[in-house]
Write a protein that binds this ligand. Structure first.
Ligand code: CP
Ligand code: NVA
Length: 307
């Protein structure tokens, strides 16, 4: 059974297939989820992920059911395994946003229904599909382009790096000491097919000649207790005009959102002409539709009888 817990669950060819499906609409995709439900469980808040996934399920003929994490209570109200087995009787797939990535792994290991990661402490693969879709729209292909990540090497960074590596891009990380990728992690990303992978401890050095500059919050959901220390440690890593001045002339700025103007990004940059954040957010829906359609294809889910 095929799941989508990490971007690298896809091969390079499969990521290209997801991209292809993401650009298709109902006329070609049909209604593979007709008569099926998809459970969407959120242990953390969401705007884009919930809305885009619900709409993508509807666009494929299915019925999304949203539930807050505390209502199902993973390992509190009942075990992750019991929750998964029960929901698998109602739904074609289960998607979850969780604090602990191993919850998703336990769900997937049952192989009852495909499991989709809607963000964990480790990764955010749906976001990476939308990011690649947005950059492909801009550059045609990412092969040989330079993608800079400035800030925290977090869940979004890891998935984006995996996707960019599969696409053959040059990847630059500009992270404060202690918040970057480990040497093993840098080698792992390079081995996925990146043209090159470099990590520096300066935002402008990372942005030098880049075609796309990405950032994200300095304090992710679940890290609120570290806010004071993180804001201090990341103070020199705001993507501002100086950082954008170091990039390629036609470089674009991207952020998965929600954003904090004046913290990780200057208002002039996120609201300026180089910013693609709205398009990027809108592409979350197309990316979600591509991923769902791909999992339907791979797992032989076609318009069927209710279970
Ligand atoms: N980028 C993203 O995942 O946004 P939400 O947290 O609003 O879903
Ligand atoms: N890194 C952020 C992404 C939010 C979409 C977080 O995990 O909170």
């Amino acid at each position: 059974m095929r799941h989508f817990l990490d971007t690298v669950d896809l091969s390079r060819k499969e990521l290209a297939r997801v991209m292809e499906l993401a650009t298709q609409r109902q006329e070609t995709l049909g209604w593979p989820l007709a008569d099926y439900g998809v459970a969407l469980i959120f242990e953390k808040p969401s705007n884009r992920t919930r809305q885009s996934m619900e709409m993508a399920v509807v666009q494929l003929g299915g019925h999304p059911i949203f539930t807050r994490g505390e209502e199902v209570g993973f390992d509190v109200r009942e075990s992750v395994e019991d929750i998964t087995r029960i929901l698998a009787g109602y739904h074609a797939m289960i998607a979850a946003r969780v604090f602990d990535h191993t919850v998703l792994e336990r769900m997937a290991s049952l192989n009852d229904v495909p499991i989709i990661n809607m963000l964990s402490d480790k990764s955010h693969p749906l976001q990476s599909v939308a990011d690649v879709l947005t950059m492909r729209e801009e550059f045609g292909s990412l092969k040989g382009k330079t993608v800079a990540w400035i800030g925290d090497y977090n869940n979004v960074a890891r998935s984006l790096a995996e996707a960019c590596a599969l696409e053959g891009a040059h990847i630059r990380f500009g992270c404060p000491k202690g918040y970057g990728a480990s040497d093993i992690e840098l080698k792992r990303i390079e081995a996925l097919g990146a043209a090159s992978v470099v990590q520096v401890a300066s935002a402008t050095d990372a942005a030098d000649g880049a075609n796309a500059v990405h950032t994200d919050v300095f304090v992710s959901m679940g890290q609120e207790a570290e806010t004071e220390r993180r804001l201090r440690d990341f103070a020199a890593f705001q993507v501002d005009e100086n950082v954008m001045a170091a990039t390629d002339r036609d470089a674009i700025f991207m952020h998965c959102l929600p954003a904090h103007r004046g913290v990780e990004v200057a208002a002039d940059v996120i609201d300026g002409p180089a910013s693609r954040v709205v398009r990027q957010a809108h592409n979350r829906m197309h990316a979600a539709r591509g991923v769902l359609a791909f999992l339907c294809e791979e797992n032989d889910i076609t318009k069927g009888d209710t279970k």
